[in-house]
Design a protein around this ligand. Sequence first.
Ligand code: URA
Length: 248
Amino acid sequence: MERLDKILANSGYGSRKDVKKLIKSGLIEVDGKKVKSSNIQVDVKENNITVKGETLIYKKHIYLMMNKPAGVVSATFDNYDETVIDLLEEYHASFNPFPVGRLDKDTVGLLILTNDGDLNHKMISPKWHVNKVYYAEIDKVVDEEDIRAFEDGIEIDDGYKCMPAKLDILNVDSNGSRVMVTIQEGKFHQVKRMFLARNKKVVYLKRVSFGRIHLDESIKEGDYRELTEGELKQVLNSGGDSFTPSEF
Ligand code: URA
């Protein structure tokens, strides 16, 4: 059971305030009866809700792809910093989405936001081995030894031995290196700490994919869109993308 005004707001009929007006104006019926109260509880599976005579098709979950900008925290609330939720329009925020896993404040790129707890669990649980791919700029020369160390599993500062990770070197010059890193875990500052264990510093970090979802590069930093039906099918049916190091 959910409040009628929340259901309507989640279905694109405006803010809670707009929806209250809509209900007051007598345009909403539940099982053929006009309702005038916003706070009645309705079961979207059992009750038939109509708006101006048309049956409401209820969407319970929302799935967003954001190109996270730097300077914004991946949280639903923060006392000091702007959060990724602050970047959402009221309609999308009304679903109460949360970020699937976290990116550091200075990390940019792909962030999925949803209110689907099951999907969240599936994508962040190490059990499902979901690949996260990052583009990183490193202050020093990255070499074959680093690739092997990543493959073997890097021991980070707290003594934790990371799962095998894949490191691809894109190019190296006197300013440092550009690389792609694929990890399956999501420990706090993981990529940065893996490079620190090799005495190297990540100076720029951007997530480009998460499981089967790739960042749509046409989304500007700070913008977002809903996942397409195709993308949604990919995440909902993938069951995580189990891989072994040899499949990197
Ligand atoms: N690894 C990091 O160090 N930071 C991130 O934001 C994501 C992965």
